[in-house]
Write a protein that binds this ligand. Structure first.
Ligand SMILES: Nc1ncnc2c1ncn2[C@@H]1O[C@H](COP(=O)(O)OP(=O)(O)OP(=O)(O)O)[C@@H](O)[C@H]1O
Length: 340
């Protein structure tokens, strides 16, 4: 188990990690999500004692990293795939790590086998592809047979076969009862992998929830209606108890997936329809909505096209999970240009 309490990191003026409190539990994959620059890597570095917190605390199995005897037996991490001595043969790199952590040399052969690098054990990693580098980094993380594994953006730059391999490996590790904590800036990747989600934006905790709760709250369905008589349509729907909001370009968005019933109602009222289309907001969209105000740099549609610093959130208070997104829907606000 990893436990963070009020973990904070400031680099000069920059508050990279802002008062994070959450726990990462064993037996499941926990996704650590946030846009670029949200503070994921900084948090992971503090968990491993590679950066010291400005304030707050982090415990691994109840201890600080530097209090762990033989830490590789407790926690293994993949931070940077290319953080390997490129000139040392893969096997020798792992042997060195094993030796300095009291791990028997035979374990090196086992982990090379587990990650599928036995055939290139005698080769130097400087000639490795990105995927092979990731595998070697994972072999190092697995050396001490730790109960906790932490992977920072492990699928970045990998081909579909590599992505599938890492996903399967993480699922196996979690099913063995280990704690698996994996960062990503892609909701779509996490949706396929993680059972629990921790979301941060600009260093702040935005959500700590199960994936099933996230899906239940954010897989939002609605029916979009366009009609030349929107006011009459709204009156008819409101009288029938439907929940409405205003969509783009004068469309009406009706909560739920009752397209057939809506079509019948329109016909009964002799209302002309130009559109009647069921919609489902994707998890990726929900994630983007949640983190929109916490993205460090937005692509800017201005004439310069240069990235602009994001505006501070209008309401600095931490939003409840999915609240902002639901409020926008309920309040009928369209997307702002800042989010685009
Ligand atoms: N050593 C440092 N000195 C100054 N600022 C830093 C340092 N390390 C990180 N930062 C800043 O802290 C913020 C968080 O960075 P971090 O790398 O932790 O984010 P991240 O969520 O891992 O992003 P990414 O998905 O792009 O890897 C960023 O604004 C970054 O520029």
């Amino acid at each position: 188990m990893i436990e963070l309490r009020g973990l904070t990191k400031r680099y000069g003026e920059k508050l990279a990690v802002d008062d994070l409190t959450f726990a990462v539990r064993p037996g499941i994959i926990t996704g650590f999500l946030g846009p670029n620059g949200a503070g994921k890597s900084t948090t992971m570095r503090m968990i491993l004692g590679l950066d010291s917190p400005t304030s707050g605390d982090v415990h691994i199995d109840g201890k600080h990293y530097d209090q762990l005897q033989e830490p590789l037996h407790h926690i293994g991490a993949l931070l940077e795939a290319k953080g390997v001595h490129g000139g040392r043969r893969a096997r020798d790199h792992l042997l060195c790590l094993a030796q300095s952590n009291g791990i028997p040399p035979r374990r090196v052969g086992e982990v090379l086998e587990m990650v599928g690098l036995s055939a290139v054990a005698g080769k130097r990693p400087k000639g490795f592809s990105l995927g092979m580098g990731q595998r070697l980094g994972i072999a190092a993380a697995l050396l001490g047979d730790p109960d906790i594994l932490m992977f920072d953006e492990p699928v970045n730059g990998l081909d579909p076969e590599g992505i599938h391999w890492i996903r399967t490996l993480m699922q196996r590790l979690a099913s063995e009862g280990r704690t698996v904590f994996v960062s990503s800036h892609l909701m779509s990747e996490m949706a396929l992998t993680a059972e629990h989600l921790v979301v941060i934006g600009q260093g702040k905790l935005l959500a700590d929830t199960s994936m099933s709760a996230f899906i239940a709250e954010n897989s939002h369905t609605y029916v979009r209606i366009r009609t030349p008589e929107p006011e009459r349509m709204r009156d008819v729907l409101t009288a029938q108890g439907f929940r409405l909001s205003a969509g783009e370009g004068g469309a009406i968005e009706v909560e739920g997936d009752n397209a057939e019933r809506l079509g019948e109602l329109a016909a009964a009222e002799r209302l002309v329809l130009h559109e009647l289309s069921p919609q489902r907001a994707s998890l990726e969209e929900a994630f983007m909505q949640l983190t929109a105000q916490a993205v460090e740099y937005h692509a800017h549609a201005g004439p310069e096209g240069a990235p602009q610093p994001a505006q501070p959130p209008a309401q600095p208070a931490q939003p409840a999970w999915g609240e902002e997104w639901n409020q926008r829907r309920a309040g009928g606000q369209g997307r702002t240009s800042e989010e685009d």
